[in-house]
Design a protein around this ligand. Structure first.
Ligand code: ADE
Length: 225
């Protein structure tokens, strides 16, 4: 998988890709991530990439020309399955979207900034819009990092234990059951007996019950879906 991230702040977004699972995905040759500084496509020598909005109002808007120049250059080099725009006014990211995107070959992710991008960018180039939640970030970079993390960990071979992504919360619309490790008794606080019983059918049954109970209590909306 190849991901091209277009941003006005490459330094803001690079770090999460240099650690942990996202680093491992790249080291194993299972993912390639490239960052493109929108300023390199500015419309003048002063680095201009944004302007005031027509009709008046606070906040600068990212212009179409630099974004067109960057996306067109990338599209001339290879085919893209999706061109994603990170923005709060879009459907919210969920595990299903992450699963679908983890099967793609090449993707561009455009990070919004300031007041957003000229609507014509969205109309002409963007194939999918994603929000990471009902709150406003200063830019799409942190959202793009979250999106990439959810996707890259699903690529077969990235996680050491092949099954662990499948037992994550949300994979079956249920939250994950509680987990415990040693010691079995911590200052009188004991691990549920079933988990140390060695009775694996019973353990699975306990986990399923707990997952359901937890989901019903903290995220009943998932059960309605
Ligand atoms: N940019 C600003 N806020 C955002 C959000 N909630 N999700 C994705 N991109 C954003």
């Amino acid at each position: 998988m190849r991901i091209d991230i277009i941003t006005v702040s490459p330094e803001l977004i690079k770090s999460p890709f240099e650690h942990s699972i996202m680093k491992r995905a790249q080291e194993k040759g299972l993912a390639e991530v490239h960052f493109h500084n929108l300023r390199d496509y500015a419309i003048n020598d002063y680095g201009k990439i944004d302007d005031m909005q027509f009709g008046g109002g606070a906040g600068m808007v990212l212009m179409i020309e630099p974004i067109d120049a960057c996306i067109s250059k990338l599209k001339a080099e290879r085919e893209y399955d999706e061109i994603i725009y990170m923005t709060p006014d879009a459907p919210t990211l969920n595990q299903r979207t992450a699963n679908t995107l983890s099967l793609k070959e090449n993707m561009i992710i455009l990070c919004g900034h300031y007041k957003g991008v000229d609507q014509r960018v969205r109309d002409l180039f963007i194939t999918k819009e994603i929000s990471i939640g009902d709150y406003v970030l200063s830019g799409g970079e942190l959202g793009a990092a979250v999106l990439c993390d959810t996707i890259l960990r699903l690529i077969p071979g990235v996680l050491g234990d092949e099954t662990s992504a499948l037992t994550d919360s949300f994979q079956d619309d249920l939250l994950s059951p509680p987990v415990y490790t040693r010691p079995a008794d911590y200052k009188g606080h004991k691990v549920p007996e079933v988990l140390t019983s060695g009775n694996f059918p019973k353990i699975e049954e306990w986990r399923a019950d707990k997952a359901y109970e937890l989901t019903e209590r903290v995220r009943p909306d998932l059960l309605e879906e």
